[in-house]
Design a protein around this ligand. Structure first.
Ligand code: ATP
Length: 347
């Protein structure tokens, strides 16, 4: 049973849907990422949840109580923004204690809970500093502590790491995940960074033009993206326009640009249909009897080499190689048919 439920949530601006018909159940303690490119409606969804934006349609339910008509402060949710939104003239400690003081809690309780939150985000040594004296990562920890000190039933985070450099982003990912696990926080996290979403979330909601493309676990999205747009987001860098030659149950043979491939059909398709074959670079290799191509770019990526090669018909293929080929080398490229997905039109 879902603890929180969004039912057909829609938000329009000037007659255009910024978010269209979002239905999603969130379990207690779940970490949900809303993922998609700029302008897809992620922040709109979060702001609808927070109560900062009224809905144009649909409803939001918590424990079977309708909450979308409640003002933000009565929902009991915490928010963490990209911009941190700290009080610049208050110390770390006073920033974190502020919300508790506003609730007129006894002084001893304010102190105890503030200390606990400072410890949880590991800011003990910085408690008396002003935000301006802290690094971006530390400021974001203050913002997180300020949200969790109020023991919210749900934490909403809008691109909280996007102002940090790459190394800090990685550290803070682990930090947020650790907090999530140790406190059992239910979290909705907005990001356009697919790696961030995949590494942090229990489930992801992929949005495009305000519409849900797919909801699933990282593994489901990775191995079985619902369409070419999700595939694009999940690192299927080879998205090759082709035509269906034959279909037998789920196995489909496609042809185009001098290539023929076998793969798994995603959705219904028929011979002659225009489709897109999606293959991740790690599922394309140099091997015998494949597609002839010429190596153009070789670079290290993790432990393997990322290679770009161009076919005789000018199609660029992204593949992986264990041994270093040189630009100009002629290779033959082979796909693992079990890993090729063929996406139909529509959506
Ligand atoms: P970003 O990552 O750039 O913040 P996003 O996925 O969060 O993008 P939203 O901010 O939710 O996207 O915006 C979705 C769409 O709604 C966009 O086309 C945007 O221009 C539009 N929109 C958002 N807020 C408003 C507003 N207050 N008035 C008019 N249009 C808006």
């Amino acid at each position: 049973m879902s603890w929180l439920r969004l039912d057909g949530v829609t938000r329009r601006f000037g007659g255009k849907d910024a978010l269209s018909d979002l239905s999603l159940g969130i379990g207690k303690g779940e970490f949900i990422a809303l993922l998609g490119p700029s302008g897809c409606g992620k922040s709109t969804a979060l702001n609808c949840l927070a109560g900062l934006l009224p809905l144009s349609g649909g409803s939001i339910w918590q424990d079977d109580k309708r909450i979308d008509t409640l003002p933000p402060e009565r929902r009991g949710f915490g928010m963490v923004f990209q911009s941190y939104a700290l009080f610049p003239h208050l110390s770390v400690r006073r920033n974190i204690a502020f919300g508790l003081q506003m609730r007129r809690l006894p002084r001893a309780e304010v102190r105890r809970r503030t200390d606990e939150a400072i410890r949880l985000v590991r800011l003990d040594e910085h408690a008396t500093k002003l935000p301006g004296q802290l690094s971006g990562g530390q400021q974001q920890r203050v913002a997180i502590a300020r949200a969790i000190v109020l023991e919210p039933s749900l934490v909403l985070m809008d691109e909280p790491l996007s102002n940090l450099d790459a190394k800090l982003r990685l550290e803070m990912r682990t930090e947020i995940r650790r907090l999530h696990q140790s406190l059992g926080l239910t979290t909705v996290y907005v990001t356009h960074d697919q790696e961030e979403a995949l590494s942090m979330a229990d489930r992801l909601v992929v949005l495009r033009d305000g519409r849900v493309q797919q909801i699933g676990t990282p593994e489901e999205l990775h191995t079985r993206p619902a369409n070419r747009h999700v595939a694009d987001f999940m690192g299927y860098r080879n998205l090759l326009p082709m035509r269906v030659a034959s279909v037998s149950r789920e196995v489909v043979t496609v042809e185009g640009a001098g290539m023929a491939l076998r793969g798994t059909a995603v959705g219904e398709m028929f011979p002659g249909d225009e489709v897109v074959a999606g293959i991740r670079p790690e599922d394309l290799r140099a091997g015998a009897d494949g597609i002839p191509a010429t190596v153009e770019v070789v670079e290290y990526q993790g432990r393997e080499l990322a290679v770009e090669a161009r076919t005789e018909q000018g199609v660029v293929l992204h593949l992986r190689a264990a041994e270093r080929p040189s630009p100009g080398d002629k290779i033959s490229v082979v796909a693992d048919p079990a890993r090729v997905l063929v996406f139909g039109g529509g959506k």
